[in-house]
Structures are given as C-alpha cells and as structure tokens.
Design a binder for this molecule. Structure first.
Ligand SMILES: [Zn+2]
Length: 446
C-alpha cells in the first residue's frame, strides 16, 4: 500500500501541466455557486426605491424608476468586471405609449447582459431570460404610491443577476441574453421591444423564459409550499398555419408545443441538480387570466415558458383587491432559499441547452397502420452532433417516459412500437451528452 501511495504521488508530480489544470465547470458546480444572500440583497435594494412604477420619478437618487434603473445598470456593469467574466453589458433605451396602460409617451430602458456564444456557425441563435424590473400598486396607473414589488418582480431580477454572476465565465455554444425588462406592468412593453429588436437583428431565439414572481412560498390559505415551482407553456403553437394545424391534429401533438418541450427540458435538468424540488410542467400557457412576457416571444414562434413560484399570495400581490391600501409585497415576503432553487433550475437548464448541438429539422413520422413506427429527420450542419435521442411517451403521459440514444443517423424504425398509442420526439446529442430540445414530428406519411 505504501509503495502504491508513493507511486501515485510520483505519478501526480510527473503529470504534465495540462493534467493539473482545474477540471471543467460542471452543471453541478454552477448550481452550487448560486447564493441566497446575493438574491436577498438585490430584492432588498430594489424594494428600497419605494416604487419602480414605469412613470415614477426618473431623476431622484433615492426613489422611483430612475434610481432603480441606475442602480441596476451599475450592478450589471460590475458583473462585466468580475475576473474572467465574458459578459457584455446590454442597454436599450426606447419610447412607448400612449396605450391602454400608459397614458402618455414614456422613455423606457431594457437593461441586461449578453453572454456571447462561441460557435460562429450559430452566431445568430440565442437563448433569452427576461424579468421585468418595474412594479405597480393596485392601480396600474398610480405612479406615486408605494409599490416595493419585492416578489413581483424584484425576485425575478434577483434571479437574473444571480444567473449572470454564476454564468459570467462560461463559454456556451450559443449566446444567452439575460435582460431586466421595462414596462412589464404596462403590457410587457420591454419584452415586446426585446423580441422585435432580436428579430430585426436576425437572431433566432431557441428558447426563452420569463421569470415573474419567483420568491414567495406562502399560499393564499396560509400554507407554505417551498418544494415546487411552475413552468407554464403553450400546448399548441401560438401561431400556426391552417396546414400546420391540420398536421398537428393528425399527429395528436396538442400537448407538444415547443415551449412545452422547453418546460419538460428544464424539469429534467433542474430536478437533477435541485434535490427535493419539483418543477411542475403546468398544462396551460399561464396563470389563469394572465399572459406574461413570454407571450411576445411565443407569438414569434420561439419556445417560451413562464417561470413562477408554486403559490400565489393573493393578499400580498400588486392587485390584491384593496384599492388605496398600502402594498404588502415587501421583502419579508421573499424567501431567498426558495428563489435560489428556482435560480438553480434555470441556470443549469439554460446552460445545458446553450451548450447543446443544434436540434434536428424536418422531423416526420410514418408507420401508421403497421406494427413499427418510423421517424426521420434532417441533421443540421453541426460537427458536434454524435448521436440522436428518440423520446417516447404514451399518449396519456405528461412527461417523456423513454429515451433511447442512437449513433448519428437520420431515420430510425422502432420495431414493435406502433404509432397509435405513443407520442415521439427527436433530439440531437454531442459527445458530452448535451441534448438539444426534442422536436416532435411536423409531418406524417401514410
Ligand atoms: Zn410581474
């Protein structure tokens, strides 16, 4: 034993310099780096501006949207200065209104960072996470009353800054935009601006999430639920042609919009790295009666999800049914440990997806009326692809139930598996087992 120990020491001393380099950062490492204390600090500071209403004081150094915006810009700038940081500050000033929730024309600013992708062939593809940084009181037009907005939505901004902190030195294949958006309570104005700007720049959004209310664990009945989060997404595409609709109905993929696949992806990844935490894939596009910031992206065809805490504290939300009463959305409502769990889910999920190879295209299905389903697809020009994964679940299933990996190929017959009882999807795979979003068939042959 002594000899072996000495031999091991000798070998380690003789090892080349490269072998002593720090091991690559894993998704688990990233999850561990998320810090509750930093999340709390962001929420406390944003709430301290009294109100962040879109039309509140733009010049005060202590109160209102202007002070909050300048503080946020400073925080984002500091993130670009972290040793090893690859982040690039992103700032986009624009005007909006008048509109139903904005009585006059107003100056707004989206603020964020961009983590640039490293795959030059995919320079026009990106992932996006947004969180609105404005707040509101009971009356959406009331720009002067207190609206600390600790949970709605300083918590989302805290998540965003923490993701940026943890991912700062990462080198994903495709870019990640992390953007605090303006005018959320005025009709998702900042997200609409961001979506149209990215479209104008020819950026294809491969996946996006809107983090909105991600820090409360107290339910309306007073019970606590800190063990779950919600992922809302479209079951069917927000936009589809008559032809696409017809094929979707033939295929029975009404529970498989691309946003739903992203929700399942985030669940699969997040639950690996956050113990005793359930990512609930809600089979609806948003909270009842609401349509969040993700909608402006899904309307453009991007896979989008809304990410929210599991329980809504109706008596402490902005619209709490007590007109004129002071807001109860205070930092005391914010649970930093809980928000850290949601942050870990998004950080690991988006990092994995940003490092995955390009997804399959033109996925089709045949084999109807035979015992063997057949799938085919086109592989994009991405040399990192080493294989594919075929996902399958029974047609009454919510999550994918089986995943089979195959070496690089563009079709596969599944012997003994008929088409009638199952739903299928195909994802690409690289040598490190990074997977693209699964793509369900968009065509069918008889
Ligand atoms: Zn909100």
């Amino acid at each position: 034993m002594r000899f072996l120990a000495c031999l091991g020491l000798a070998l380690s001393l003789a090892a080349p310099v490269a072998a002593r380099q720090p091991p690559p950062v894993t998704l688990q490492d990233l999850a561990v780096k998320v810090e509750s204390a930093r999340l709390s600090r962001t929420v406390d500071r944003l709430a301290s501006f009294g109100t962040r209403h879109t039309l509140s004081d733009p010049v005060s150094t202590r109160r209102g949207i202007g002070a909050a915006r300048r503080w946020l810009a400073g925080e984002l700038q500091a993130l670009t200065q972290i040793p090893g940081s690859r982040l690039v500050q992103f700032e986009d000033a624009f005007t909006a209104g008048p509109g139903p929730l904005l009585p006059a024309r107003a100056d707004l600013v989206n603020l964020g960072v961009l983590l640039p992708g490293t795959d030059l062939r995919r320079a026009r593809q990106a992932l996006v996470v947004v969180a609105h940084y404005d707040s509101r009181s009971n009356n959406a037009m009331d720009a002067s009353s207190d609206a600390p907005g600790a949970v709605d939505n300083a918590s989302g901004v805290a998540l965003l800054l923490e993701m940026a902190t943890v991912l700062a030195a990462e080198k994903p294949a495709v870019s990640i935009y992390l953007v605090a958006t303006a005018g959320g309570a005025q009709g998702a104005l900042g997200s609409a601006r961001l979506a149209s700007r990215l479209k104008a720049e020819g950026i294809e959004v491969l996946g996006m999430a809107a983090a909105d209310c991600v820090g409360n664990i107290l339910g309306p009945d007073g019970g606590k639920n800190g063990g779950a989060m919600r992922l809302f997404s479209d079951g069917v595409p927000a936009q589809e042609s008559e032809g696409q609709k017809k094929v979707r109905e033939l295929l029975g993929t009404e529970n498989d919009g691309s946003g739903r696949e992203l929700a399942r992806y985030l669940k699969r990844c997040g639950e690996r790295f956050v113990e005793n935490f359930e990512c609930v894939v809600m089979l609806r596009r948003d909270r009842l009666g609401y349509l969040g910031e993700q909608a402006v992206f899904t309307r453009e065809g991007a896979p989008g999800v809304r990410v929210s805490e599991y329980a809504d504290p109706f008596d402490r939300m902005a619209q709490d049914g007590r007109p004129g009463a002071p807001s109860r959305d205070l930092p005391s409502s914010f649970d930093a440990g809980y928000c850290a769990k949601i942050t870990r889910v998004l950080t690991t999920g988006f990092r994995q997806l940003a490092g995955a190879p390009a997804g399959p295209q033109n996925v089709g299905l045949s084999g109807c009326g035979t015992p063997d389903a057949k799938l085919w697809w086109t592989l994009p020009d991405d040399p990192r692809i080493t294989g594919v994964v075929i996902y399958r679940r029974r047609a009454d299933g919510v999550q994918w139930q089986q995943a089979r990996a195959f070496p690089k190929c563009e079709s596969q017959v599944l012997p003994g598996i008929g088409t009638d009882n199952d739903v299928f999807a195909v994802a690409t795979l690289d040598a490190q087992n990074n997977e693209s979003l699964p793509v369900t068939p968009g065509s069918i042959e008889y």
